[in-house]
Design a protein around this ligand. Structure first.
Ligand SMILES: *[C@@H]1O[C@H](CO)[C@@H](O)[C@H](O)[C@H]1NC(C)=O
Ligand SMILES: *[C@@H]1O[C@H](CO)[C@@H](O)[C@H](O)[C@H]1NC(C)=O
Ligand SMILES: *[C@@H]1O[C@H](CO)[C@@H](O)[C@H](O)[C@H]1NC(C)=O
Ligand SMILES: *[C@@H]1O[C@H](CO)[C@@H](O)[C@H](O)[C@H]1NC(C)=O
Ligand SMILES: *[C@@H]1O[C@H](CO)[C@@H](O)[C@H](O)[C@H]1NC(C)=O
Length: 381
C-alpha cells in the first residue's frame, strides 16, 4: 500500500514535470512579450554638448512617426543632485538613460516631487511629438509634424503614465543628451543584450559653440558650475568660458577616439556627424541619419526637411533654428567674435579641430572674408 502510493506520487510528479516543460512558454506571460518587445525596439542616443545643434537633430527624429523621443531626460538628475559634479553623476545619468530606453519611466520617481504627475512634469516634454499624439494625447495625428508650442498648449494636462504607454508603442526610442563627456559610461549600454543601441555623435565648430554659449551665458550658469565642479571658484570669471571650451573639445576628441577603438561589431553602432555638414545639406544628411537608425525617410518628412531649407519652418512656430537660419548662424562667429578670441580658441581646441576638419583662421581679414573656407571635407574611416 505504502509503495503503491509512492509510485503514484512519482508518476504524478513526472506528469507534472512534463506538463511544465510543455506549457512553460505560457507560464511566463509577463516575461515573453517583454522580451519580444525589447529585442525588436531600437535605441538611438544623440550624444553632444550644449549649443551644438542637438535640438535641431533631435527634432529630425522626434517628428518621425516611428520614434518616441525625449530631450535631455538627465536634466532631472542634474537639477535634483546639483551638489554633485558632472563626473560624479555620469553613472546616474547612464542608468536613467537606460531605463528610459526600456520605457521604464518609474526611474523619474527619484527625481520628481511626490503626488499626481502630468507628462508636462518632464523637462521640455513638448519637443516630443510622441507626447503630443496618440496614445499620449489625442488632439494631434501621429503622422503629423507637430509644432512644440501648439502641443504645449493642448497636451499639458495628460497624466504621467501616458509617457510609458506611449514609449511602448514605438519601434524606436531616441534620446538626446548633452550630459555625457565620455564614451566610458556608455560602454555597458552598447553591449547590453536588452538594448539595441546606436550612438550619433554630433559635433560643431568650437568657435561657433563659443559664440552661441556667450549669448546664453545666464541659462548655462547651473550646468557650467556642475561641469567645472570644484574648479569653479578658483577660475577667474572671464576665463571660465575658455575652461568650458577646453572640457568640451577634449571630451569630443576622447569620445571619437574611444569609438575608433571599439571592436568592429560595436564600431558600426557609432556615427559622427558635423552640424555644419547637416545645415549645408539637410536632405542628404538626414537621409544618412535615418538610414543609420533604421528609419524610412517618409515622403512627408522629405517635404518637411526640404521646407526647412527654404526657411519655411513649421508654420508660424518654426522650432528654435530653422535650417536657413542655421546656415547663417553657423557662420555668425566670423563677424561677431573678436579675432583674438578666435585665436585663443583655436589654441585651446587645436587637436580636436584638426581631427574634425575645422580649419584655423590666421588673420582678421580671413575671418571676415566668408569666401575663406573654415571647413575641410571630413574623410571618416
Ligand atoms: C527635483 O527637481 C524638481 C525641479 O526643480 C523639483 O520640482 C522636485 O521637487 C525635485 N525633487 C526632489 C526630490 O528634490
Ligand atoms: C511645406 O511648405 C508648404 C508651403 O509653405 C506647406 O503648404 C506645407 O504644409 C509644408 N509641408 C510640411 C510637411 O511642412
Ligand atoms: C545673416 O545674419 C546676419 C546678422 O544677423 C545678417 O546681417 C545677414 O543679413 C544674414 N544673412 C542671411 C543670408 O540671412
Ligand atoms: C594646430 O597646431 C598645429 C601646429 O602648430 C598647426 O599646424 C595647426 O594648423 C593647428 N590647427 C588649428 C585648428 O589651429
Ligand atoms: C576672400 O577669400 C577668397 C578665397 O580665398 C580670395 O580669393 C579673395 O581674394 C578674398 N577677398 C578679400 C577681400 O580678401
Amino acid at each position: 500500500m505504502f509503495w503503491a502510493n509512492q509510485t503514484k506520487l512519482l508518476v504524478l510528479l513526472v506528469l507534472l514535470f512534463l506538463a511544465f516543460l510543455l506549457f512553460q512558454p505560457f507560464y511566463c506571460p509577463s516575461h515573453s512579450p517583454g522580451l519580444i518587445r525589447k529585442s525588436s525596439q531600437k535605441h538611438v542616443l544623440i550624444l553632444s554638448t550644449c549649443r551644438s545643434g542637438s535640438s535641431f537633430v533631435g527634432q529630425l527624429f522626434s517628428q518621425h512617426p516611428d520614434v518616441f523621443y525625449l530631450m535631455e531626460p538627465a536634466w532631472h538628475v542634474w537639477m535634483n543632485l546639483s551638489c554633485a559634479n558632472a563626473g560624479q553623476l555620469q553613472m546616474a545619468v547612464r542608468d536613467l538613460v537606460r531605463s528610459v530606453f526600456l520605457c521604464d519611466m518609474s526611474v523619474f520617481d527619484a527625481y520628481m516631487a511626490w503626488g499626481p504627475r502630468k507628462q508636462s512634469n518632464l523637462f521640455l516634454w513638448q519637443t516630443s511629438r510622441a507626447l503630443c499624439s496618440p496614445p499620449a494625447c489625442h488632439l494631434f495625428n501621429r503622422e503629423a509634424i507637430i509644432p512644440p508650442a501648439d502641443c504645449k498648449t493642448l497636451c499639458s494636462k495628460q497624466p504621467f503614465s501616458n509617457v510609458q504607454e506611449a514609449c511602448r508603442s514605438y519601434s524606436h526610442v531616441v534620446i538626446k543628451e548633452v550630459r555625457f563627456f565620455s564614451l566610458k559610461p556608455l560602454h555597458p549600454l552598447l553591449t547590453d543584450p536588452s538594448l539595441n543601441l546606436k550612438i550619433i555623435h554630433l559635433i560643431r565648430d568650437p568657435r561657433a559653440v563659443f559664440r552661441s554659449r556667450q549669448n546664453t551665458e545666464q541659462d548655462m550658469m547651473h550646468d557650467n558650475h556642475m561641469i567645472l565642479g570644484k574648479q569653479w571658484n578658483t577660475i577667474k570669471k572671464e576665463d571660465r568660458p575658455y575652461y568650458m571650451m577646453k572640457i568640451i573639445c577634449q571630451s569630443h576628441k576622447e569620445i571619437y577616439e574611444a569609438a575608433q577603438l571599439l571592436p568592429d561589431s560595436l564600431r558600426e553602432r557609432y556615427l559622427l556627424i558635423r552640424y555644419e555638414d547637416l545645415v549645408q545639406d539637410p536632405l542628404t544628411q538626414t537621409a544618412k541619419l535615418y538610414e543609420f537608425a533604421g528609419l524610412p525617410f517618409l515622403p512627408h518628412l522629405q517635404i518637411w526637411v526640404h521646407n526647412l531649407t527654404q526657411g519655411k519652418g513649421m508654420g508660424k512656430h518654426p522650432f528654435d533654428t530653422d535650417s536657413r537660419n542655421a546656415r547663417n548662424i553657423s557662420q555668425a562667429w566670423r563677424w561677431s567674435l573678436p579675432h583674438d578670441k578666435v585665436v585663443k580658441l583655436q589654441k585651446i581646441c587645436n587637436d580636436t579641430m584638426d581631427l574634425m576638419g575645422y580649419l584655423p583662421i590666421l588673420s582678421e581679414e580671413d575671418q571676415r572674408n566668408l569666401s575663406m573656407a573654415v571647413l575641410s571635407t571630413l574623410e571618416l574611416p
